[in-house]
Design a protein around this ligand. Sequence first.
Ligand code: AMP
Ligand code: ZN
Length: 113
Amino acid sequence: MDCIFCKMVEGEIPTNVVYENDKVFAFRDINPQAPQHILVIPRNHIPTLNDISDSDADVLAEIPLAIKAIAKEQGFDEAGFRVVANCNADGGQTVFHVHFHLLAGRSLSWPPG
Ligand code: AMP
Ligand code: ZN
């Protein structure tokens, strides 16, 4: 399988890791859209949010806990942050391994484009 995020999880390509545990992996986005832009992903390969199943419930439940820990560690928990998950073409998804963008460090406008 040719998935760039799986390669990062496996340590096959250089990655700026900010957090990891047995189920979740998080690293800095290569093209940051905010002063802090971190991608939080399940270690296991799931292409899109359309593909999640009951067996993914455990890992997906860990994602908000990882986000909470990262926000505190990185010091933007109190100022605030945004979590975004893009799905397929209309969502603007470009990497097909489920990921949650964690954006912080500036005031973010709403609604998104
Ligand atoms: P999306 O458009 O929601 O699928 O987001 C994919 C994200 O992955 C984009 O924000 C890219 O900048 C980011 N990205 C792609 N390749 C890498 C990489 N090698 N290291 C870190 N982030 C990456
Ligand atoms: Zn993958």
